[in-house]
Ligand binder design. Structure first.
Ligand SMILES: [Zn+2]
Length: 198
C-alpha cells in the first residue's frame, strides 16, 4: 500500500468518537456495522499518531454516515461531526495542543500552520490561497467522494474539520467553511472557502 493511502490510527479514532458525540453510541455502532468495521465497536483503534490504517477506513465511515443518517439533515450533522473531530484532536495530539496554547502566533498564523499540516497529513499538495479574512483550499485529489455522485457538494465533513480548527485550536470562534466545488457533483476539484469571521 502506498503511503498516500494511509491515515493515522488517531485520525480514525477521532472520527469514530466525533460520530458518537453527535449521534450517540447506537448511531455510531450502526455506521461501523454498515461500513463493515464492526470490529471497532468493542475494540476501537488507538489514539496513536504512529500506527497507520488504510485511509479508506476514514473515508468509508464518513461516506456511510450519509447513507445511515439519510439525505435530509445530513449536512448539519456531518459538519458538526467534522468540528468535533478537531476537539478530540486537541485532546489527543500533543502538537495540536501546543499550537492551541501558543501565545506567539496569531490566529491567522495558526490557521496557516494547521491547513499546511492537514494537507501534509492527507498527503496532498498544500494548494491554498490566503486572504486577509480567510483561505481557499483546493483538493483535486480528494478521496472522500470517490465513486460518489451527488447534486450538492458531498464533502461537508471536511468543512466541519476546517471550522473545528478555527474554533478549537486557532481561536476563530465564528469561522465558517463551505465546500463550493465538489468532484462528487462533477467539478474538477473539491474546493473549500474558509471565512475566519473575526
Ligand atoms: Zn468533495
Amino acid at each position: 500500500m502506498e503511503k498516500k493511502d494511509e491515515a493515522s490510527s488517531l485520525a480514525l479514532r477521532v472520527v469514530i468518537d466525533s460520530y458518537e458525540d453527535i449521534i450517540g453510541t447506537g448511531g455510531k455502532n450502526s455506521i461501523l456495522n454498515f461500513a463493515g468495521m464492526g470490529k471497532f465497536i468493542d475494540s476501537p483503534p488507538d489514539y496513536s499518531e504512529e500506527d497507520m490504517i488504510p485511509q479508506e477506513y476514514v473515508d468509508k465511515i464518513i461516506r456511510i454516515s450519509s447513507e445511515v443518517i439519510g439525505e435530509s439533515g445530513t449536512k448539519a450533522i456531518i459538519v458538526r461531526a467534522g468540528r468535533s473531530t478537531m476537539r478530540h484532536i486537541v485532546d489527543e495530539s500533543e502538537s495540536a495542543k501546543v499550537l492551541s496554547e501558543s501565545k506567539d502566533m496569531t490566529p491567522r498564523d495558526k490557521m496557516k500552520a494547521l491547513l499546511n499540516l492537514y494537507a501534509q497529513q492527507i498527503n496532498r499538495l498544500p494548494d491554498f490561497e490566503f486572504t486577509t479574512d480567510g483561505a481557499v483550499f483546493h483538493n483535486p485529489g480528494c478521496t472522500l467522494c470517490n465513486g460518489v455522485k451527488t447534486k450538492k457538494p458531498f464533502c461537508n465533513y471536511i468543512s466541519g474539520v476546517f471550522e473545528g480548527m478555527g474554533i478549537f485550536i486557532a481561536g476563530f470562534y465564528n469561522i465558517r467553511c463551505e465546500e463550493t466545488l465538489c468532484k462528487a457533483s462533477g467539478d474538477d476539484e473539491c474546493r473549500y472557502d474558509i471565512t475566519y469571521g473575526d
